[in-house]
Design a protein around this ligand. Structure first.
Ligand code: ZN
Length: 366
């Protein structure tokens, strides 16, 4: 017993030291008082306080990439009210981004400042009532960064997670008075009004590829829906349990409804925009802007079908639309999704990549 106690204390000390001494220092500054919620801006300063050069991957879910308006912020008022999120959901690959050298280099002592325009489009405060005092923080996972070591790219991908110490300068609250954002236009494209794709900034080759991917995606979604409805009373089969975890009627019904929404012709009436050329990114959508999918570099190098394919990416993105169920990106990749299915089946049934892998069904599971 004595030894047990001794070791417990030792490991606690070690854990505290690891947390107390991170190589990155991150400070967040927001205005103390604002009269217009659309002007809410967070200024983030990131400093390398360690003694080695850091190469931080330009993760679209980090403070390094303000142009990716992702939901990395934790904003709430005293009653727990949160503003409506109108930003983007991105499908990306750390491996592809690292291979394309999409990282930010910080030598020891170097700092960078980023401006995040939170009120302009990303967060809508208009439906939030009193109290109009908000705490603006970063979501937990956005305090960690992915470091690419010198030998980090090549045959073996050797990424490292670096955690920052977060400090909020001034008062951690923002008081928003007076005018708030007008409600966003909630008119959405009528679901079945048109059954023809619109292409924006796409060349002829891209149009051909999208059209093929749409065709395959539609087949995969139909097949997924029929599989789920065929096993509607009990879907305790490897394919379901691998991606969505232990079967319950309620969770399976949620998943089935997602595929049912997507298969109702939406893929053939979507608008596809090819203007994005970020390496490492497959695609993104604004979940509140039903029917528009933005395709990026990694999409064009993906196969039409199979794992992380073009067809699967379209299913992933379609599942994000609020009208289709509004899935999240809790985890990416097959390994992450398999682990999520075991640890948190509820989140798995609301995770976009899980929907993609179930539909791709590669390698085949019955
Ligand atoms: Zn996504």
């Amino acid at each position: 017993m004595l030894f047990g106690g001794f070791w417990t204390i030792l490991s606690l000390v070690a854990a505290v030291r690891a947390v107390a001494d991170p190589p990155l220092h991150l400070t967040i500054r927001t205005p103390d008082e604002l009269y217009d919620a659309t002007a809410l801006v967070a200024t983030v300063r990131l400093k390398n306080v360690g003694n080695r050069t850091l190469r931080l991957l330009n993760d679209p879910y980090s403070v390094l990439t303000p142009h990716w308006e992702t939901n990395i912020w934790d904003i709430r008022n005293g009653h727990g009210g949160v503003p409506e999120f109108n930003g983007v959901q991105v499908k990306w690959s750390p491996a592809l981004a690292a291979a394309a050298q999409q990282y930010t280099v910080l030598v020891p002592g170097e700092s960078r400042t980023y401006t995040h325009k939170l009120g302009e489009k990303m967060y809508n405060f208009s439906r939030l009532g009193a109290p109009r005092t908000y705490t603006v923080l970063l979501g937990g996972s956005s305090r960690s960064f992915i470091h690419v070591p010198d030998n980090g790219v090549g045959d073996k991908l050797n990424l490292e997670t670096v955690t920052s110490k977060v400090e909020v300068l001034g008062t951690p609250s923002t008081i928003i008075l007076g005018r708030t954002v007008p409600p966003v236009n909630t008119l959405r494209s009528p679901r079945l009004s048109k059954r023809i794709n619109t292409f924006q900034s796409c060349n002829a080759d891209q149009v051909v590829n999208i059209s093929r991917a749409v065709f395959v995606a539609q087949q995969l979604v139909n097949e997924s829906y029929h599989y789920l409805t065929f096993h509607a009373t009990n879907c305790s089969y490897p394919r379901y349990e691998t991606w969505f975890g232990s079967w319950t009627k309620q969770r399976a019904d949620t998943v089935t409804s997602h595929y049912n929404h997507i298969r109702n012709g939406q893929l053939f009436s979507d608008t596809y925009n090819c203007s994005c050329d970020d390496p490492g990114i497959y695609a993104y959508v604004y979940p509140t802007e039903f029917g528009t999918i933005y395709l990026c570099s990694a999409f064009w190098s993906a196969p039409i079908q199979g794992t992380d394919s073009k067809a699967g990416t379209l299913i992933h993105e379609s599942s994000h639309f609020i009208d289709n169920g509004g899935t999240q990106d809790f985890v990416y990749g097959q390994d992450g999704c398999k682990a999520l299915a075991i640890q948190n089946p509820l989140n798995a049934t609301n995770n976009a990549d899980s929907h993609e892998y179930f539909a791709e069904n590669n390698p085949y599971l019955n």
